[in-house]
Design a protein around this ligand. Structure first.
Ligand SMILES: O=C(O)CCC(=O)C(=O)O
Length: 314
């Protein structure tokens, strides 16, 4: 006798999947890319604005004459994406991104920050600069870049961190959206994300991480406990997009390819006052959702006082 047909199992909606993924992993990786042709077009326009090579940088003498470690990131009035504002609809209105972000933040969310992020390849970083930054946990190269080029953030790797790091005293009420504008393979400084690390809440940088296997890390957040977090390397094609929680640890190694890696990075915050998916996520976080101090690696002038790096050992 034939078995009774099972009732058709209902596929969860994207909105449900995204909230579940955030609760479990602190991140969601989109199966559907954002429009690859639009990514390629924007990438060509970004590349046409400058040579992403060693001419971006100050000389060592110029830098030493007046070292500036702060105020060197893109900001209103000096942000390359402002030139392309009318072309960003393929990201900001992509239905899968809007559905996912709305599930987490509710309607009326706001873009806190958006910028172009560039992973610089070793061949383009002057050797005096590589010697100086070797082993530093945060190699944001903005301090060393000529002022007119500080409309983009340039990295030569950044250790595992939370995006809450830039927001003292702000609740983790925002998420990060990251979009690759070209294919990103292992050598192109892909994001390394530690799944499940958000579960301990906010934690002061640098973080307490011990490698315990091929792809696992034991992560401790002081009295808030410890978790085993699985390392996920975000390689992907043009238009690959991912979102993560403000407490999810992630980082990059220096770009090992012979060309730069160019991506878009958005921070998106809730405005909605009613309950949203993020409330369900934050309800299962054991540690603090806001921090009065977020980092212990910098002197008062913003220069690095710690030389240690975990993601480079990953
Ligand atoms: O793009 C990178 O290399 C690092 C980006 C990142 O982790 C960040 O901006 O928070």
């Amino acid at each position: 006798m034939n078995a009774m047909p099972k009732p058709r199992e209902l596929e969860p909606s994207l909105a449900e999947t995204v909230v579940e993924d955030f609760i479990r992993d602190g991140a969601h990786l989109f199966a559907e890319p954002v429009n690859p042709a639009a990514c390629a077009e924007l990438l060509a326009q970004i590349r046409a604005t400058r040579d992403f090579g060693s001419t971006l940088f100050l000389s060592e003498q110029e830098f030493d004459a007046d070292p500036q470690y702060t105020g060197v990131n893109p900001r209103p009035g000096r942000n390359l994406l402002e030139r392309f504002e009318d072309r960003l609809g393929f990201v900001e209105k992509a239905p899968q991104l809007v559905e996912a972000i709305t599930a987490l933040l509710g309607p009326d969310y706001e873009i806190l920050n958006k910028k172009v992020v560039c992973g610089m390849p070793a061949a383009s970083v002057p050797s005096w600069l590589k010697t100086r930054v070797l082993g530093n946990p945060v190699n944001n190269l903005g301090a060393y870049v000529r002022p007119q080029y500080r409309d983009v953030t340039y990295f030569y790797g950044i250790d595992f961190h939370q995006d809450l790091i830039d927001y003292k005293q702000r609740e983790a009420d925002f998420l990060t959206l990251y979009v690759y504008l070209h294919p990103v393979a292992r050598a192109d400084a892909p994001l390394y994300l530690l799944e499940g690390s958000h579960a301990l809440g906010g934690s002061v940088f640098p973080h307490t991480l011990t490698r315990i296997g091929d792809a696992d890390w034991l992560y401790r957040n002081a009295e808030h406990g410890e978790v085993v977090a699985r390392q996920r390397i975000l390689t992907g094609d043009t238009g690959f997009a991912a979102i993560w929680h403000a407490c999810t640890l992630h980082g990059t190694q220096p770009d090992a390819a012979d060309h730069e890696r160019i991506s878009l990075r958005y921070l998106v915050a809730r405005r909605h006052e009613g309950r949203t998916g993020l409330d369900d996520v934050n309800a299962v976080i054991s540690g603090p959702l806001r921090l009065s101090d977020t980092r212990a690696d910098l002197a008062v002038d913003g220069s690095a006082i710690l030389r240690r790096n975990t993601v480079n050992q990953a």
